[in-house]
Design a protein around this ligand. Structure first.
Ligand code: F6P
Length: 531
């Protein structure tokens, strides 16, 4: 642990924060001006967010007060950034164009494994077992680039719910199935339990050495070895890569087997380009910084409690949970680096669904609900299918929803519409009130020229760095997740109780106590599996 405890002044006491607040409150959304930043081939259109020279000037002062330059340098140089766990958060080094020797060696190891499997046409089925960061990024990449299917079948099993592993294995030929166990810590209960079921399934099919059909990607090779995974099947990640950033490591083995090794390499190249932009671009034209500032205005100044993600691309459905974990595990904190309560609202809840499905699910709430939420629209200028009419409609819907959120529909316009449709005046006045859209709801548009590994990699790095900048301003550690750890510990205790080891009286609240007993009784009388 670092010896000198950090002293981060609380945000609301900084004169720079007061100036930022005043600037943000008095600055409008300029509907007559374009604000687009191009970075690593992406266009980030922030025209639907508040902006002004005063916001920019106060942002520069605020970032200086928060030692942004120094902290960014430390992050990118692999110095300790996660101070509560005393380690770097050096995911950027995994995607460096000229990586350090140990990273290069792992890339080579992975590529050799893939080449061999491909040349032997082995592993018709891949069952990827992992959770959180050991799952979402791979699911995202596979659904983004393998949406039209590939010769290998890929199944993902994350949840501890036995139905997940049951469904994940069902119908596969065990003799041609590779089990990929992805777990940085190699202690995650879900992954190890599901892995154990997979081993039993292989053994049950008469496979003599089931562990030979397992690969492990982990920062604990010793634990994987002890579990029985053959040495050549152990791929290393490092302690200095946060779990939610492990997509950039050999965890992408599954993507490479399912789609192609080029996907992982292309994503790394796009992310690396965004890293360079983040490191070098001036504040005014720095895409992650400006996106972060828009988010802080929305959350800490305007009080929006959530951020909606609307990827207008069917292939990016898994972007939502991926960014959800990135943002909410990183910014779901309310204590600053000095250990004091942060005195402004921090990370928003992140939620979403691809457009146009989202339009028929919750866009009503975004347009006319009492709270509303800022929306990140993400769309590709060019599609990869052969139906231009579909893409035209998709693009039009994306632009229309944004415009409706921003422009709204005032009462007079709604009334005019009703009267022009021939309605009697009293009815028109009544109906017009229902048809008012408040407007002025903030949004950002991110345009990818096309969905490629490069542009997806750049997009993910854009969000990563945005999150980092927000953490710097709020003064929190974006690289730990103590809230997740606490629940795991409690679950362990309850598992013990459900297994017949009683807990000391008074450990639980009345309701937990009641249900532990009730569930213990029903588990005692449950039929044995497959009986
Ligand atoms: O959810 C907490 C978490 O630690 C994530 O950060 C991580 O992605 C996930 O659990 C899985 O962890 P592991 O890769 O160690 O199994």
């Amino acid at each position: 642990m670092t010896s000198a405890l950090p002293a981060t002044p609380s945000l609301s006491q900084l004169p720079e924060w007061a100036a930022f607040l005043a600037a943000a409150k008095s600055s409008p959304v300029r509907t007559d001006a374009l604000r687009i930043i191009t970075a690593a081939s992406l266009d980030l259109d922030l025209s639907g967010q508040r902006s002004s020279p005063a916001i920019l000037a106060s942002t520069q002062a605020l970032l200086k007060a928060r030692r942004f330059d120094e902290l960014r340098k430390r992050l990118l140089a692999g110095e300790v950034a996660n101070i509560t766990e005393d380690r770097p958060a050096w995911h950027t080094s995994l995607r460096a164009a000229a990586p350090m020797a140990e990273v290069a060696a792992e890339r080579l190891h992975m590529n050799r494994f893939i080449r061999l499997a491909d040349s032997e046409r082995r592993w018709r089925n891949i069952v990827h077992i992992g959770i959180g960061g050991s799952d979402w990024g791979v699911r995202l990449a596979v659904s983004a680039f393998g949406y039209a299917g590939a010769w290998r079948n890929v199944r993902f099993v994350a949840n501890i719910d036995g139905h997940a592993i049951e469904g994940g294995l069902s119908g596969l030929d065990p003799h041609d199935t590779l089990i990929v166990l992805a777990s940085k810590s190699f202690t995650t209960a879900e992954t190890l339990q599901n892995g154990q079921r997979a081993i039993e399934w292989l053994a049950g099919a008469g496979i003599r050495n089931p562990h030979d059909q397992v690969v492990a990607i982990t920062a604990r090779p010793d634990a994987a070895r002890a579990w029985g995974v053959p040495e050549a099947h152990i791929f290393k990640i490092w302690d200095w890569v946060g779990g939610r950033f492990s997509l950039w490591s050999s965890v992408s083995l599954t993507t490479a087997l399912a789609v192609s090794a080029d996907v992982a390499a292309g994503m790394q190249a796009g992310a690396c380009a965004m890293d360079a932009h983040f490191a070098q671009a001036p504040i005014a034209g720095n895409a992650p910084v400006q996106m972060a500032i828009a988010g802080i205005v929305n959350r800490s100044v305007l009080g929006y409690g959530s951020l909606n993600l609307a990827p207008y691309d069917f292939r990016l459905a898994n972007l939502v949970p991926y960014i959800q974990q990135l943002e909410m595990e990183s910014l779901g904190k309310s204590v600053d680096l000095a250990g004091n309560r942060v005195d402004v609202p921090t990370g928003p809840a992140v939620w979403g669904m691809p457009g146009t499905d989202a339009q028929h699910t919750f866009f009503q709430w975004l347009h006319q609900g009492s709270d509303g939420a800022p929306v990140d629209f993400i769309v590709c200028q060019q599609a990869d299918h052969g139906w231009p009419e579909h893409h035209k409609s998709l693009l039009a819907n994306c632009l229309a929803q944004r415009e409706a959120l921003l422009k709204g529909k005032p009462y007079d316009e709604a009334l005019k519409e009703c009267l022009e449709s021939g309605m009697p005046p009293r009815q028109a006045e009544w109906l017009a009130r229902h048809r008012v859209h408040p407007g002025g709801r903030p949004s950002t548009l991110i345009v990818l020229p096309k969905l490629t590994p490069y542009t997806l990699g750049a997009l993910l790095a854009l969000y990563e760095h945005k999150v980092f900048v927000q953490a710097v301003v709020w003064g929190i550690n974006p690289f730990d997740q103590w809230g997740v750890e606490y629940g795991k510990v409690l679950a362990k205790g309850i598992i013990d109780e459900l297994s017949g080891r009683p807990a000391p009286a008074g450990r639980h609240d009345a309701s937990t106590e009641y249900w532990v007993k009730a569930f213990s009784n029903s588990l005692d009388t449950a039929p044995t599996p497959n009986a």
